[in-house]
Design a protein around this ligand. Structure first.
Ligand code: 5GP
Length: 175
């Protein structure tokens, strides 16, 4: 069975704060961020506290309703007036986890069609494992808040019982 790693909101907030410091120190100043939903929504919102840039959202589905991957990713929702919002702009794409990399690679290829000036990537967590796809060559900046082994990450926003979730995290020494 895959090991589970429970993250608290506090850990995630600290990780995003550290990511924001790295992004700012790099000199990359995005015009806009794009959150991949739904996992990227809360990280993107926390990042906005530091970067103070508007958030656009896209919905990408990889797992079916049965929690199994069937084929490739598909768009559930996309950006309105995408050309006007992305062409010539510096874009920061945000997701919660880079697992097989299929979603990020798909989304980046789609966004690059709209000719942004630059597109960079920030994820909370990158699983260090063989990836099924690669980032397009045009992507020169990639930040991961934390590198993890191939565990199953359990995010607090998926918890029905947040106290039980935090207890699991704390039991493993995380708070
Ligand atoms: P990909 O395999 O394309 O890198 O990841 C696709 C999506 O699967 C992620 O954006 C995320 O929503 C979900 N996912 C992958 N690994 C995990 C994980 O360990 N925990 C959770 N909660 N979602 C995951």
């Amino acid at each position: 069975m895959t090991t589970k790693r429970f993250f608290t909101y506090e850990e995630i907030h600290r990780t995003v704060a550290a990511l924001a410091r790295e992004i700012q120190a790099s000199g990359f100043d995005p015009d806009v961020t794009v959150a991949i939903g739904t996992g990227g929504f809360i990280p993107a919102r926390i990042l906005k506290t530091y970067l103070k840039k508007p958030i656009l959202t896209v919905g990408i589905k990889l797992y079916g309703d049965d929690n199994v991957i069937h084929g490739g990713p598909s768009k559930v929702q996309w950006i309105d007036e995408v050309e006007r919002k992305l062409k010539g702009r510096r874009v920061l794409l945000i997701d919660e986890v880079d697992d097989t990399r299929t979603t990020l690679a798909y989304c980046l290829r789609e966004l690059l069609n709209h000719e942004p000036a630059e597109i960079a990537v920030a994820v909370l967590h990158c699983k260090d494992k063989p990836k099924r796809d690669e980032l397009p060559g045009a992507v020169k900046r990639y930040w991961a808040g934390q590198h993890l082994q191939d565990v199953w990450v359990v995010y607090p926003w998926d918890a029905e019982d947040i106290d039980a979730h935090c207890a699991q995290a704390e039991q493993a020494g995380h708070r």
